[in-house]
Design a protein around this ligand. Structure first.
Ligand SMILES: Nc1ncnc2c1ncn2[C@@H]1O[C@H](COP(=O)(O)OP(=O)(O)OP(=O)(O)O)[C@@H](O)[C@H]1O
Ligand SMILES: O=C(O)c1ccc[n+]([C@@H]2O[C@H](COP(=O)([O-])O)[C@@H](O)[C@H]2O)c1
Length: 200
């Protein structure tokens, strides 16, 4: 099993894109490339989740999702990892605590699509995430308004960095978050599953 612990040089700023990746698709690739650029990140790690705690249906087998993600996303600064399975964490707040303890000299930025900002206040210890980790949010079709109107966006309005200053997120002191209005790609894992192109 390759649930590897990725290498990271001291001082690097790494974006973490957590997801079910069931399956990985061109939308994930697109937002990863945009995040590298817009937030000036040194690297992005895809954290292939053992299972989203808010989703009832379990995802496809981990090894299959990892292998597919590695085939879909090939970039010298992107690593696909099953580190959450290795750490035994499922909730993002726990994962971030474990990762920052393992990598004390690196900085981490949590990355997510706008649909996740809309629901962020339902996550375990979400305020602890906001208070400790800069968050980069990428536009997603149909979700820009719900994300901007979300509870997290309202409560953390003073911590918002304007999109035009997105490159300052990497060194910003939390709480800090930034919504970037990147070109959008209308693709989702659920649509791919519904089309029968990824059966469990
Ligand atoms: N097309 C997209 N545009 C912007 N963000 C996206 C897109 N697809 C996925 N994301 C983001 O990538 C992360 C991982 O997504 P995930 O693996 O759940 O894929 P998904 O397509 O959202 O899956 P599902 O349709 O099963 O909910 C999430 O933060 C999600 O918001
Ligand atoms: O920590 C939580 O409570 C929590 C609730 C929902 C989703 N997440 C994380 O959000 C990321 C996106 O999940 P998903 O299933 O939408 O791809 C993934 O890393 C999940 O572990 C985390």
């Amino acid at each position: 099993m390759r649930h590897d612990i990725p290498f990271a040089a001291p001082g690097q700023v790494i974006g973490l894109l957590g997801g079910s990746f069931d399956p990985a698709h061109a939308g994930h690739v697109h937002i990863t490339r945009e995040a590298l650029k817009r937030f000036g990140l040194d690297a992005v790690w895809w954290l292939v989740s053992p299972g989203n705690p808010l989703k009832e249906r379990g995802p496809a087998q981990m090894q299959r999702r990892l292998a597919h993600a590695r085939a879909v996303m090939q970039h010298p600064r992107v690593t696909i990892t099953g580190i959450e399975a290795r750490l035994g964490t499922r909730y993002t707040a726990q994962t971030l605590r474990a990762i920052t303890a393992l990598y004390p000299t690196q900085r981490f930025v949590w990355l997510m699509g706008a649909d996740n900002l809309a629901q962020f206040h339902l996550w375990q210890d979400w305020r602890a995430i906001m208070d400790t980790t800069p968050v980069g949010v990428l536009a997603r079709p149909g979700e820009r308004i719900s994300a901007r109107m979300s509870r997290a966006a309202a409560l953390y309005a003073p911590a918002r960095i304007p999109g035009r200053m997105s490159r300052t997120l990497r060194t910003a002191q939390a709480p800090a978050w930034c919504f970037v209005n990147v070109p959008m790609m209308d693709v989702s894992s659920s649509a791919i599953r519904a089309a029968g192109a990824w059966s469990a």
